[in-house]
Design a protein around this ligand. Structure first.
Ligand SMILES: Nc1nc2c(c(=O)[nH]1)N[C@H]1C(S)=C(S)[C@@H](COP(=O)(O)OP(=O)(O)OC[C@H]3O[C@@H](n4cnc5c(N)ncnc54)[C@H](O)[C@@H]3O)O[C@H]1N2
Ligand code: MOO
Ligand code: MG
Length: 406
């Protein structure tokens, strides 16, 4: 049987690290930045008010109190965005709004709540220190500072930063487009009635969600039956939409294992990998553009685990990220586990902690069958049992892989 490492390497070999493209900010969310971004400006770009109130000379109001309030002449009104130059001399002030530029001569802002709010001659009953409620130019970002490094995933915060430093577009790796297709004559769309021997189709929903969790744009085509012509025609029709195709089902030893049947003829390699679950696997390219395709087994848990182990690194590579495996943790097993000889097991499990002693514990779920899908809903991790190990007692310190979204 082929090793897990070899199969990961073969799948990664299907794709090259993409060239970045210039992506408009409107489409940049979820992409990965390809270059360092330095700010061409300081942020804030000018000293401005942090509050709605009055821009004053702090020395003028230093002695203000409810008993002895200070009265100042209001010489200007400065809304945010006002370009008119304003100067505040002793005994004067300017009404100012949050975000508006500080007038010359003023060094503090008195919030409107400390005043009577008058727009001609304002009465102030509390002192303000120099710098009060003033946001200094550059106190967020100094001009020329690097705000984002290459490899940054552009999430909501990064989007805000890019726009704030004036970027309209960025060199980035777009989200890979993943097409998901399931196969099986027994499958029925959820929501439709089941006939005898039929089941509701779940893999395409699950794998599409996992691919989205991995940062991809997903087209879930759904499923087709086990007719070779239909499978091939459907795949060919989907290639235009795909940077990678992921299928489930039809790759084992069955008389109707259609994916294996039609894609073997196209040069896709089908092998048995020393893993549990997820033994039957296929990988290769199809169509005129040699679109990468990874064919996962149909058993739902096998499809899920093999997506995380074999497909996810490929998608990360296509995003311009390190093609790393799921994040690793160490944890103590709360109960014994078994594993078939010569195969690496990925047991569905619940990881807890770390506790006060700094240690985490992990509890493999009781039902480990590759059709026992329900346990995936409560699992946040996979316990890895090495190929040369067939049993581990409770208390063993084990390798755990943390599942996305947890
Ligand atoms: N004689 C052998 N039989 C099997 C072997 C073997 O080595 N020799 N391997 C077993 C293993 S391991 C796996 S895993 C499965 C892989 O099966 P296929 O990839 O061929 O998948 P199917 O036969 O199409 O389906 C298997 C199973 O999964 C259910 N299924 C499939 N697709 C979906 C879907 N989209 N949604 C929900 N459930 C799905 C299907 O109904 C079957 O129960 O083969 C073993 N057999
Ligand atoms: O690998 Mo199958 O994936 O054992 O059920
Ligand atoms: Mg089969």
């Amino acid at each position: 049987m082929k090793s897990v490492e070899q199969h990961i390497e073969d799948c990664l070999g299907l794709v090259a690290v993409p060239q970045p493209t210039e992506i408009d900010l409107n489409h940049a969310h979820g992409t990965v930045l390809a270059e360092r971004i330095a700010s061409p400006v300081s942020l804030p770009g000018f000293d401005n008010s942090a509050m709605d109130g009055y821009a004053v000379r702090a020395e003028d109001v230093a002695a203000a109190s409810p008993e002895v309030p200070v009265r100042l002449a209001v010489v200007a009104d400065i809304p945010a965005g006002d370009p008119t130059p304003v100067a505040v001399r002793p005994g004067m002030c300017a009404r100012i709004m949050t975000g508006a530029p500080m007038p010359d001569g003023a060094d503090a802002v008195v919030p409107v709540e400390w005043t009577d709010g008058d727009t001609v001659r304002v009465t102030i009953d509390r002192p303000a220190r120099p710098g009060n409620a003033v946001r200094r130019a550059g106190d967020d970002v100094a001009e020329g500072t690097v705000v984002l490094e290459p490899g940054s995933r552009i999430g909501a915060g990064e989007m805000g930063v890019l726009a704030a430093v004036g970027r309209r577009s960025v060199p980035a790796h777009p989200k890979p487009r993943v097409v998901v297709l399931s196969t099986g004559e027994e499958l029925v769309e959820p929501g439709r009635p089941l006939g005898p021997g039929q089941i509701w189709e779940s893999n395409s929903f699950m794998i599409a969600a996992a691919a989205r969790d991995a940062g991809c744009e997903v087209y879930r085509h759904g499923f087709v039956g086990d007719d070779p012509r239909t499978v091939m025609d459907t795949l060919e029709g989907l290639l235009l939409r795909a940077d990678v195709v992921v299928t489930t089902g039809g790759v084992s030893m069955g008389a109707h294992d259609v994916v294996k049947e039609v894609l073997s003829r196209q040069g896709v390699q089908f092998t048995q990998v020393a893993v549990q679950p997820g033994k039957p696997q296929g990988y290769g390219t199809i169509g005129p553009d040699k679109t990468p395709i990874i064919t996962l087994p149909g058993n739902p848990v096998s499809a899920f685990v093999s997506f995380q182990v074999f497909v996810r690194p490929v998608l990360l590579k296509l995003r311009g990220l390190e093609a790393e495996p799921l994040p690793e943790r160490r944890a103590r097993l709360t109960g014994p586990v078994t594993s078939p000889p010569g195969r690496r097991s990925y047991l569905r499990a619940e990881l807890s902690g770390p506790a006060a002693d700094g240690r985490s514990t992990v509890t493999p779920v009781r039902r480990q069958g590759s059709h026992q899908l329900s346990v995936l809903a409560g699992s946040n991790a996979l316990v890895v049992v090495p190929e040369d190990t067939t049993e581990l007692p409770a208390g063993t310190d084990v390798e755990v892989r943390v599942l996305p979204g947890t």
